[in-house]
Design a protein around this ligand. Structure first.
Ligand code: SIN
Length: 291
């Protein structure tokens, strides 16, 4: 085994088991994701429950809550415990709830949101803290439409110290036009574009992570274009080439998943065409990433 991988594996297997009084937490893999049970999200949470959810969120980065019957107001209330709700892009062009993004695919779809590795909204100066997707319809064939999530702390920790030092001083541009490649955005779309450090610290834990993603990152500012392309290809390849960085969530109807956009990437797998899948996503405002 690679020595950096071995060191990370040792850290993970020697960590103390988590103790929860208000909920039950079942890890999905040793490195990312957990199923949380014992909570009814249609009800207000007590301070003790919320403190444990927050602790689990910072520990596992992706939390899965199954068998939740939620109204839009319940969904937004739960998201509101973690910060201000994010206004969806172009929400002024329709009369839907500005905080709720519909994620929907069926036999007429030619495109599905999130069908590649990315982190939500990193082209914004203050990218989202996290997103909560509540899926109510899963493909009628009984499988497909899973979402994968990757731990970007661990992606950074698996790099050699020389590579980590090199990346530590760099910044990258995140460009809101990248997701539109092959499509024409509406004229009202104000294209977000921001420069963020390549390595940032999680604002709540201080732990470092790799903050570039193929969904939005266009280039590394301090390098020539050929160097930038080669380095980004290497960094983008870490997640698909190292399956141990990720977990895979298999959706069942009425599942809500809450993920931390500050330290994960995700990929919604569109493997169920022509079947249908439907969910609603609410996101939470975050802060400017810092090195
Ligand atoms: C997304 O937020 O990228 C969509 C995730 C999903 O549909 O599972």
């Amino acid at each position: 085994m690679d020595k950096y991988l071995l060191a990370a594996a040792e850290r993970l297997t020697t960590r103390e088991p988590e103790k929860y009084q208000q909920l039950s937490v079942q890890p999905l893999t040793p490195v990312i994701g957990a199923e949380v049970s014992g909570l009814d999200l249609s009800k207000e949470l007590t301070a003790e429950q919320l403190a444990e959810v927050k602790h689990a969120f910072l520990t596992y980065h992706v939390l899965v809550f199954r068998d939740q019957i939620l109204t839009v107001e319940d969904h937004k209330r739960f998201a509101g415990y973690f910060g201000e709700l994010r206004r969806r892009q172009l929400s002024e062009l329709d009369d839907g709830d500005p905080a709720v993004l519909e994620i929907s695919a069926d036999k007429d779809s030619s495109f599905v949101d999130g069908n590649d590795w990315h982190t939500d909204g990193t082209a914004d100066a203050e990218p989202s803290l996290g997103s909560m997707l509540y899926v109510t319809r899963t493909p009628e064939i009984g499988s497909g439409g899973d979402t994968m999530f990757a731990n970007m702390h661990l992606a950074y920790e698996l790099l050699s110290p020389h590579m980590q030092n090199f990346l530590d001083g760099l910044t990258a541009v995140h460009d809101g036009l990248i997701p539109w490649q092959g499509y024409q955005p509406p004229p009202e779309y104000v294209v977000p574009k921001s420069e963020h450090p390549v390595v940032v610290r999680h604002p709540d834990t201080g732990r470092k992570l790799l903050f570039v993603n193929p969904g939005f990152t266009s280039h590394i500012v301090q390098l020539s274009s050929i160097e930038s392309r080669a380095l980004l290809d290497l960094l983008f390849g870490l997640v698909p080439n190292k399956p141990l960085l990720s977990c895979r969530v298999r959706w069942t109807p009425n599942t809500l998943v809450f993920w931390d956009n500050r330290c994960t990437q995700h990929h919604a797998i569109w493997d169920y065409y022509p079947h249908a899948r439907y969910g609603q996503r609410v996101s939470i405002n975050g802060t400017r990433p810092t090195a």
